[in-house]
Structure formats: structure tokens, C-alpha cells
Write a protein of this length. Sequence first.
Length: 202
Amino acid sequence: MGSTPRPPRHGHQRSNATKEIKMATSYNTPYGTLSFPQLFQPRARAEGAEAVYSASIIFNPAQQKTPQYKALQDACIAVAKEKFGERLDLKSVRMPFRDAGEKEYEGYEAGHVYINPWSKNKPGIVNAQRQDVHLPAEVWAGQLVRFNVTPFAWLNSGKKGVSFGLNHVQLVKTDTPRIDGRASAEKSFDDGLVDESAADLF
């Protein structure tokens, strides 16, 4: 006669639940230059694809030497090995760090690296004082920023890779040159035709 299965003990049940709700770790990037921000309205990354929020951040050589950048690299390797196994050949994995020198966009230079995190959910946006930013006009390419991101591994049509999920964006410095092709108002009217010391022209 077979034995009756014993119900799991409550303590053991809680332990399993804890393992199932393991939270993904998020990371703050080093300072970098904001590019192609799509942070207020989602946009499809390819024809027929689901619309997502996204932005790129460009790191110069000095920013690539920071502990924060190294932490991003290590985290990508860790999530790849967690998904595909410890014996994984990392050369077979498409990592999220891209050579900016291969692009002809303004602000993309040789020796610079960029990442392009994205999310189905709208990311939080704050300024240097950690106050919420609500207006799209206050966010543009060229600003000094930090991202909060979460790396995740994926498998698509036999190809292995790691990408970053975009959680939040912090605008650190907003008086940097724009790299979206749009001149600032200050530069547009810097033609010498107005006496800057005049209090009243008319």
C-alpha cells in the first residue's frame, strides 16, 4: 500500500517562495551623455515591434574606467552565465556595449561606448536634486545623465545576448551642448545685432 504524500512544512514552503521571487539587481551607470531620449512617449524599435521607452547613454574613455562601468560589465557576464551556464563562451554572447565610433551621429566619437536600455514601462526621470521631471522640453540629447538599469540575458532565434532594462534617468547637468542638431536660443541670437547692455531698446 503506497504511503500518503506529506504536505510541505510551512517553513519549507516559505523558503521556496523566497527563491521564486528573487529580485533582479539594478545598477547606476557612470555619468554619460544622453542621446536619442524617448522617455515620455513609447516608440517601436523596429517595424511591427511593440512600442517601448528608450534612450542611449554615451560613455567617454574616462567614464569607462569608473567602478560603476566595471560593475555594469561584471553584471552582464553574471546574468549571461546564470542563464546559459558557467561554461559559456562569452564570445558567443552579444553584449549591450556598442562602439560609438561606428556611428555617424553627433556626439558619437571613436573610443566612446554607448548602451541603449529600454522598458515597456515609463521610466522615472529626476533632476540633480532628485525632483521629478515632467516636461519633455526639459530633456534633450547632450545632457549629462545617469541611468538606473537592470541587465537581463535573452535568447532569440538561437542568438544569445544581454540587454539593459531602463528603470530611471537622472539629469545631472543641463547646460551642456545639445547633440540633437537643434541650436540653443542663446546661440541662435548670438549675431551681435543686439546691444546686450541696453536696458530698453525701444
